[in-house]
Design a binder for this molecule. Structure first.
Ligand SMILES: NC(=O)c1ccc[n+]([C@@H]2O[C@H](COP(=O)([O-])OP(=O)(O)OC[C@H]3O[C@@H](n4cnc5c(N)ncnc54)[C@H](O)[C@@H]3O)[C@@H](O)[C@H]2O)c1
Length: 402
C-alpha cells in the first residue's frame, strides 16, 4: 500500500507524477461521452480489435470508443511505467487500469499488455493471445507516438526528431513562466539532416505497422474483411513547417504510402482494407512536444469552442466506418478524413489572423488558455472536475491482469 496526497510538479508541459483518481475519472468521463450504438439481435459476436498505443491520446480514444460504441473485445498495447516507491506510475498506466475496469463492468473481454510494440516479442505475445482467446482479429488501430524504435530486423535504433526540412523554421510558441503567466516566444529550429529524416521515418513511418499486419497475417489470424487504420495528421499552414513539411510529415507520408501497399495486399489476402485516419489537433503528451502546437490548439479552441470535435467523437466515427455502420469513406489518397472541422477556411483564416496578432499581452484573449492549461494538466490526472486532490490516494495500482 502506498497512499499519499499527490502534488502536481511540472517542468513545462511535463509532469513528474500523475494522479490515479484523476486519470480514472478522465477515462470514466470519456466513456460517458461516447454515444453507444444500439445493439440488435445479431450482435452477439463482438468484433475483435487490437489497439496499439491504447493508453493515451488518440489510441485511448480508439479503445474507449471501440468498447463503448462498437462493442469490441480484444487487446490493447501500450508502453507505460509502473509505480515506484518515489514516483507514481505514468498516467497511461492508471488510465489503462481504469479502462480495463470499465470493460470488465460492461462484460467485455479486453486484455492489456504493457511493453514495446516495436519488438517482435510483443507481436508474438499478442499473436498468442489472439489465437488462444479470440481466434481471429477483425480490426487493428495503430496509434503509437514514440521517440525511438529499435528495428527488430537489424537491431538499429532510430531516434525521431521534430525538425523542418530544407530551411530553418521560425515559429511562435506558447510558454508559461514560473508563475504560470503565458508568454509568446519564438522558437527557431534548424533544418534536419538527411540522416535525421531517415531516423524519424524509421520511428513514425509505416514500418512497424506493416510488420504487425504481416506477422498476424502470417499466423492466419486476420479475419475475412479485416480492416486496419493508422493515425495521421495533416494540419494547418501555420504548423506545416514543423509538422507536415518537416521530419514527422515525411514519416506520415511514409505511413500513408504503407497504407496503400497494405490495402492492396489485404484486399487480396482476406478482402481486407488498410487506411490512414487523419485526425484533428488535440492536446496529448506527444503533441505538446511539437513547437507551436500549444499556441495553435489554444487558438483553435477559442475559435471553435465545443465545436472542436473530440478524439472520442472522431474515433466513434472511425469505428462506425470500420465496422460497416457506414461505408469507409476515403479521400483521393486513401485517407479517412476526420479533421475537416479543423481545416475549413473559415476556421483557419481566423486562427491565422490571431496567430500573427498574438503577443504576451493579448494571447489570453485570443487563445483559450484556461482550457489549454486544464487540458495539459488533465493528461496527468490533475484539474479534473469532481476529484478531491486533498485526499491521499493509492498509487500502487496493479496493471490489469486476467
Ligand atoms: N495529438 C494530435 O494532435 C494528433 C492529431 C492527429 C493524429 N495524431 C496521431 O495519433 C497517433 C498517437 O498520437 P497521440 O498524440 O495520441 O500520442 P500519445 O502520446 O497521447 O499516445 C501515444 C501512445 O503510444 C504508446 N507507445 C509509445 N511508445 C510505445 C511503444 N514502444 N510500444 C507500445 N506503445 C507505445 C503510449 O503508451 C501511448 O499509449 C500518432 O500517430 C499521431 O501522429 C495525433
Amino acid at each position: 500500500m502506498s497512499e499519499r496526497v499527490i502534488i502536481p510538479r511540472n517542468l513545462g508541459f511535463l509532469f513528474i507524477d500523475s494522479h490515479p483518481a484523476g486519470c480514472a475519472r478522465v477515462v470514466n468521463d470519456l466513456w460517458s461521452a461516447v454515444v453507444p450504438r444500439p445493439r440488435g439481435d445479431g450482435d452477439d459476436d463482438a468484433p475483435v480489435a487490437l489497439v496499439i498505443g491504447s493508453s493515451a491520446g488518440y489510441g485511448l480514444a480508439a479503445t474507449v470508443a471501440g468498447l463503448a460504441r462498437a462493442g469490441i473485445r480484444g487487446v490493447g498495447v501500450a508502453f507505460e511505467k509502473a509505480p515506484t516507491e518515489r514516483r507514481s506510475a505514468t498516467a497511461g498506466w492508471y488510465r489503462t487500469a481504469a479502462t480495463a475496469e470499465l470493460a470488465r463492468a460492461a462484460g467485455q473481454d479486453m486484455r492489456f499488455l504493457n511493453g514495446d510494440a516495436f519488438s517482435d516479442g510483443m507481436k508474438e505475445q499478442v499473436g498468442d493471445l489472439i489465437e488462444q482467446r479470440f481466434g481471429r482479429l477483425d480490426h487493428l488501430i495503430y496509434s503509437v507516438a514514440a521517440p525511438r524504435r529499435i528495428d527488430p530486423e537489424t537491431g538499429v535504433t532510430y531516434h525521431s526528431v521534430l525538425k523542418p526540412i530544407g530551411a530553418t523554421a521560425r515559429t511562435r510558441t506558447l510558454a508559461f513562466d514560473d508563475d504560470g503567466k503565458a508568454e509568446i516566444r519564438e522558437a527557431v529550429t534548424e533544418p534536419a539532416g538527411e540522416e535525421e529524416i531517415v531516423h524519424t521515418v524509421g520511428v513514425m513511418g509505416g514500418a512497424d505497422w506493416e510488420r504487425w499486419v504481416t506477422y498476424l497475417a502470417g499466423r492466419r489470424l486476420l479475419a475475412d474483411g479485416f480492416s486496419t487504420a493508422a493515425l495521421s495528421y495533416i494540419g494547418s499552414p501555420l504548423n506545416a513547417a514543423m509538422y507536415r513539411q518537416g521530419t514527422v510529415g515525411a514519416a506520415k507520408a511514409h505511413l500513408e504510402q504503407t497504407a496503400r501497399t497494405l490495402d492492396a495486399r489485404l484486399r487480396e489476402h482476406c478482402g481486407g482494407r488498410a487506411v490512414t485516419s487523419v485526425n484533428g489537433a488535440a492536446v496529448t503528451q506527444s503533441s505538446m512536444a511539437i513547437p507551436g502546437i500549444a499556441l495553435y490548439t489554444g487558438l483553435l479552441r477559442r475559435v471553435l469552442g465545443d465545436g472542436m470535435v473530440s478524439p472520442v467523437d472522431q474515433l466513434s466515427e472511425l469505428w462506425d466506418q470500420l465496422t460497416g455502420v457506414r461505408p469507409l469513406q476515403t479521400d483521393d489518397e486513401g485517407r479517412v478524413r476526420l479533421d475537416t472541422w479543423e481545416l475549413t477556411s473559415a476556421v483557419q483564416d481566423v486562427i491565422a489572423d490571431r496567430w500573427d496578432a498574438a503577443t504576451t499581452d493579448t494571447v489570453s484573449e485570443l487563445a483559450d488558455l484556461d482550457w489549454f492549461r486544464d487540458s495539459v494538466r488533465q493528461l496527468y490526472g490533475f484539474s479534473v472536475p469532481g476529484v478531491d486532490y486533498s485526499i491521499a490516494v493509492e498509487t500502487d495500482i496493479p496493471w490489469p491482469a486476467d
